[in-house]
Design a protein. Sequence first.
Length: 345
Amino acid sequence: MIKCMNGRLKPFRYVLQITTMKKRLFSGIQPSGEVHIGNYLGAIKNWISLLDDYDCIFSIVDYHAITIEYDPGIMQERIINAAATNIAAGLDPDRCIIFVQSQVPEHTELAWILNSLTPMGILERMTQFKDKAQQNEKNINVGLFDYPVLQTADILLYKGCTVPIGEDQVQHVELSREIARKFNARYGDLFPEPQHLLSNAPRIMGLDGKNKMSKSMNNYISLIEEPEAIWKKLSRAVTDENRKRRDDPGNPDICNVYTLHKYFSTDSELDRINKECRSAEIGCVDCKRILSDNMIKELAPIREKSLELINNPANVIDTLNTGAEKCKKIAEETMKEVRSLMGLR
Ligand code: TRP
């Protein structure tokens, strides 16, 4: 197996460089427009904690986004917003690369090559494809089917070793390992087998308390939500459904609002709410008020920074262009190696 050292070391330089070489980390960001607290707590916070230990590349995956119906007129806005909000939330471009996938066409070139190594049968078994095909019955296109191969190309193009993702993407990273192994066996050792890295934040549930927080379920709080809107959304959030009246005791263990408190409130607030909810001393409205105040406070700097970047997109565009240039260099190198191993050029 290829060592996760990006494979560029000559033996005599190894000793000198080993102390400074970091493993490459790659992850993809969907340009879904608004970034919500589920993304923030479940993914972005985890990424931030990895910035110093890895050589990090984050891609806004617009070529993945076009596999479902979308409005071309607002795609650029979605991309800029996704970049701006992720940067504002802490993906500091001085400590990682952030770029737009379609600015580096080698992603699709490598995807085509990897297509020829991927059995249809494996893709037919992908849970996300089956789910999305069901949700988009009228538009089950080849791109949707091939999505995991493009994702594999994303990772392998940079010889990514570590892929931080949510539970729902584990199957895709397993596939990328399989494809890497196949390429190496067929054409010669080139790619490391990427490993997934799950964040320790559990899935953040939406305000309905039932489904994962997501834009499409409209059960989310975005990172640039107005303070009043945060309160409005929280006031309608589902709590322990067995607590029907104010005087009923509640059970924080099964209350999604209490779960959200764990990310935004202090230990003493948590203790108090836990106790007073069980004894019906505190009602859901007051409990949500505390959460809302804390959330508004924590999100304020992110919101401010995001809006500043969104309103002045030239800076974000600059950052993305610089990111794409750096990625392009790495991608070109990899493609030279790929073509040469495959007898193409
Ligand atoms: N499919 C991923 C998601 O929906 C996004 C993604 C695209 C990705 N390319 C990637 C994640 C490469 C990790 C590595 O979340």
